[in-house]
Design a protein around this ligand. Structure first.
Ligand code: NDP
Length: 314
């Protein structure tokens, strides 16, 4: 087992992690960033990114992540492929194990492990998601590509309700597929959905299959009360059945809400442990945008820099 002591460790390689790296490297914290198993994070699974400031013509998710990485590397970030598997964040310096083999000692840790969208698990959902064929878990990111078209969205929580109303502004029609006869979303959000004329709620319904060779063409929906299956013609299929923050390895050390999102001191990236900062989707269940993740990544690096100055590490 190798062991090294560093000033700043960044865990995760989405917009939050790379932005933290850009700021930390420029502040001479000599950060090491571990990418996790999906270098670039959730954005590597999207197609066009049209809403990140600075790209007037848009950019693909994977290209944008390459740009962010290149910018972090340019200032000296040591980007390493590997998965943090265990952490002792209460010790000082903090102890981190990577792929069970490397042990790192870090004065500060910036957690930017992100969140993963939950999927239904249907084979055609995976296929059309991977081939950018019109299956998405982010209406705000991808809704625009379905302007004037008919789409479906699965889910009945606040996210699904919010995304359905967002899509309804852009699309001709939105089918909302709800598995029970009621919604989990707040009453206010439910009312917004119910009062939007171009949203049709399909109650007690499950998605049986998604049809289409290269792009979504239709969805087979089964009403499990009547037993009836029907085909609805749509070109986009959105899944909004929740996200899971990638924070399991920090349970019992970092304060989290009941869903596993890391709790930070309002307006900062500070966690309950000194020297540990949480940024991006791992600490945000509301906004979940690349630009908000990048913004909090910046905050994480600035907070880490100030903490190191306070404890006299230069
Ligand atoms: P939730 O866990 O609240 O809701 C998930 C929804 O997906 C539920 O309706 C659930 O159905 C449904 N679902 C789960 N699995 C399946 C499946 N396999 N097939 C079909 N449907 C399924 O997740 P959200 O992302 O909506 O919200 C997460 C948290 O973030 C919540 O606390 C929410 O309040 C909060 N939030 C707040 C916002 C705001 O304040 N503006 C905006 C967005 C989120 P069922 O109800 O039957 O279990």
């Amino acid at each position: 087992m190798s062991s090294e002591v560093i000033k700043c460790l960044i865990i995760g390689s989405g917009p939050a992690g790379y932005t933290a790296a850009i700021y930390a490297a420029r502040a001479d914290l000599k950060p090491i960033l571990y990418t996790g198993m999906v270098p670039g994070g959730q954005l590597t699974e999207t197609t066009e990114v049209d809403n990140f400031p600075g790209y007037p013509k848009g950019i693909t998710g994977p290209e944008m992540m390459e740009d962010l990485k290149a910018q972090a590397v340019r200032f000296g970030t040591d980007v390493r492929f590997g998965m943090v598997t265990k952490a002792d964040l209460k010790s000082s310096p903090k102890k981190i194990w990577v792929d069970e083999t490397t042990e790192l000692l870090a004065e500060t840790v910036i957690v930017s492990t992100g969140a993963s969208a939950k999927w239904l698990g249907l084979p055609n959902e995976t296929r059309l998601r991977m081939s950018a064929g019109g299956v998405s878990a982010c209406a705000v990111c991808d809704g625009f590509f379905f302007k004037g078209q008919e789409v479906a969205i699965v889910g009945a929580g606040d996210t699904a309700a919010e995304e359905a109303t967002y899509l309804a502004k852009l699309c001709k029609k939105v089918y909302m597929i709800v598995r029970r006869s009621e919604m989990r979303a707040s009453k206010a959000m439910q009312n917004r959905v119910k009062n939007t004329p171009n949203i049709e709620i399909l109650w007690d319904s499950e998605t049986e299959d998604i049809l289409g060779e290269n792009a979504v063409e239709a969805v087979i929906v089964k009403n499990h009360k009547t037993g009836e299956s029907k085909k609805i013609i749509v070109t986009g299929f959105f899944v909004a059945i929740g996200h899971k923050p990638n924070t399991d390895i920090f349970k019992g050390q970092l304060d989290m809400d009941e869903l596993g999102y890391i709790q930070v001191v309002g307006g900062t990236s500070k966690t309950n442990l000194k020297g540990v900062f949480a940024v991006g989707d791992a600490a945000d269940k509301v906004y979940r945008q690349a630009v908000t993740a990048a913004g909090t990544g910046c905050m994480g690096a600035l907070d880490a820099e100030r903490y190191l100055a306070e404890i006299g590490v230069h």
